[in-house]
Each structure stands twice: as structure tokens, then as C-alpha cells.
Ligand binder design. Structure first.
Ligand SMILES: C[S@@+](CC[C@H](N)C(=O)[O-])C[C@H]1O[C@@H](n2cnc3c(N)ncnc32)[C@H](O)[C@@H]1O
Length: 272
């Protein structure tokens, strides 16, 4: 069920994943947020986190910053976002400035497995479409728990993979970058979080959101392919390979192997 990368490549896998989500082409293909369900699902997730006035929220693997910006715009909280990709952090900071939110939202370069924040600093932590890509999930889970105050809430939306798991290219680096190769069943995410002192209190399935996202990627890739001679950022994009991987992902979704889910957990009062 797990991805098949050699154990000695986690740093390479992480930087590869961050680099893959950094380019302008990704923004063109994925749109304002980089996860299935878009900001509608983000709003649903935030609604489960009990965000109160003056609260502090951390968005781990914040990508282009959409989740953090929605949290700060629609809730009376301060938000920090952290992402491994410098260019995503710059993109997110620019979006915060454009939205007049730079006083309440900050973005930082950092690794989910070594979060640059003190213990118990946040009332809530969110992580959308990224936990599945962290090579050392147990360490990342301990970090998420560490920066949460006791009783604070963690909200995750993520890819899930059901038995018999992925095969072929999707089980390798390409699948890892596509957030598929090391995704786990929802129950396994719960048990990894439990091992870090976080108790799952709510789950929802959102499989159709993943199916819609794969369709959207396919449609945008086709459109961009037709425009490739007019957009410099598209030079060098291997549209055939991208279309092939998208078709494999669509099949995994259709076969009920790949899906998408929300999970909300509470940090144990005694952890830490
Ligand atoms: C699919 S995108 C999701 C971005 C954002 N959460 C969203 O939903 O729009 C995955 C993001 O995870 C980031 N990432 C991958 N590994 C990371 C790590 N170890 N620590 C921090 N960020 C990481 C990537 O740079 C990328 O921005």
C-alpha cells in the first residue's frame, strides 16, 4: 500500500514534491488552491476547528496560501503558514499583501517534520493535501501535536488509498509528487495521529472532489497544450506524460482505490 521509494531518499522526495508544486504551470493547472474540494472544503474544515477570537492558526504546507487567507478573512484569528517551497511562500506572502492581510497572516519557509515554532503555540493546525506526501509521517504527526496547545484541534484533508493500493508509475516518484504514492487509508492516518497524542473526533469522505479535480486537471492540460506555443512557462512541459499520469490517476479514483477525506483530531490534554 505504501509508496515504493527507497528509504534513503526522503529529503529528495520532499524537495521534489515542493519543487513540483512551485511552478507557474501548477498554478495554471490547479487554480487558487492545490487540493480537491477547493475552498468550499477548506471552509467546511475550518468550521470544525472551533476558531475563536484572538486564536492562532498554523497552516502546514500552505502552498499558495489560499487556506491561510480564507482562515484569516473569515475568522477572527491570526494565521501562520509554513511550506518547504520558497517560491510558494513568496507567492502566498504576495497574496496576503494584495488582500491587505499582511498584519494577520505570515508565511515561513520550513519543513513539516521540523516545524519552526515553539511548543503549544497554536490553537488549531490545518494541513491540506500534504500529510500524504510527508516521508516520515510519525515525525510530522509529532510536530503537529507539539505546536498545538493541549485541547487544540488539527484539521486535515488528504488523499486516501484503499487496498490493493497503487501500481505502476503512480506507486513511484511521479505518484508521490501527485500526492498519491504514499497516501494511506483514513484509519491509518487516525492511528498515526493517535501515536502522536491526537484523538480523531470527526471524519468525512469527499471522494467525488478528487474525481472532479482529476477531470479539471485533464481539461486544463488539454487547453494549455493547445496554447503551449504562446506561453513561455509551458516550454518543456511533457504534456503526453502528464496526460498519461492523469489517466492513471482517473482510473485509480474510478476503481475506488484513490479517494479524498477530511479528518479532525484533538490534541490530548496530557501530551507534551
Ligand atoms: C498539494 S500542495 C497543497 C498546498 C496547500 N495546502 C493547498 O491545499 O492549497 C502540497 C504542498 O506541500 C508542500 N510540502 C511538501 N512537503 C513539505 C514538507 N515536508 N514541509 C512543508 N511543506 C511541504 C509543497 O511545497 C506544496 O506546497
Amino acid at each position: 500500500m505504501k509508496g515504493s521509494l527507497p528509504a534513503e531518499t526522503p529529503e529528495l522526495t520532499k524537495s521534489c514534491c515542493a519543487a513540483a508544486y512551485s511552478g507557474d504551470v501548477v498554478a495554471m493547472v490547479l487554480g487558487e488552491s492545490y487540493h480537491p474540494g477547493g475552498l468550499t472544503l477548506t471552509r467546511g474544515l475550518l468550521g470544525h476547528l472551533g476558531l475563536a477570537s484572538g486564536g492562532r492558526v498554523l497552516d502546514v504546507a500552505s502552498g499558495p496560501g489560499a487556506t491561510a487567507l480564507v482562515a484569516a478573512t473569515e475568522h477572527p484569528v491570526e494565521v501562520d503558514g509554513v511550506d518547504l517551497s520558497e517560491s510558494n511562500v513568496a507567492r502566498a506572502a504576495e497574496a496576503a499583501r494584495e488582500g491587505g492581510l499582511e498584519g494577520r497572516v505570515r508565511f515561513h519557509v520550513g519543513d513539516a517534520e521540523r516545524l519552526p515554532f515553539p511548543d503549544g503555540a497554536f490553537d488549531a493546525v490545518v494541513c491540506e493535501c500534504a500529510f500524504c506526501t510527508f516521508p516520515d509521517k510519525a515525525t510530522a504527526a509529532r510536530e503537529l501535536a507539539r505546536v498545538l496547545r493541549p485541547g487544540g484541534r488539527l484539521g486535515i484533508t488528504d488523499v486516501t488509498i484503499a487496498p490493493p493500493g497503487l501500481t505502476g508509475e503512480l506507486a513511484g516518484l511521479a505518484g508521490w509528487v501527485a500526492c498519491l504514492a504514499d497516501a494511506r487509508p483514513l484509519e491509518e492516518y487516525s492511528s498515526i495521529l493517535a501515536g502522536a497524542g491526537m484523538r480523531t473526533v470527526h471524519t468525512e469522505r469527499h471522494d467525488p472532489a478528487l474525481a472532479r479535480m482529476v477531470e479539471q486537471i485533464d481539461a486544463r492540460l488539454r487547453a494549455l497544450r493547445m496554447m503551449r506555443s504562446t506561453i513561455p512557462a509551458l516550454t518543456g512541459v511533457d504534456f503526453e506524460r502528464a496526460a498519461d499520469l492523469t489517466a492513471q490517476a482517473a482510473a485509480a479514483v474510478r476503481d475506488g482505490i484513490a479517494g479524498y477525506a477530511m479528518l479532525v483530531a484533538v490534541r490530548d490534554q496530557g501530551t507534551g
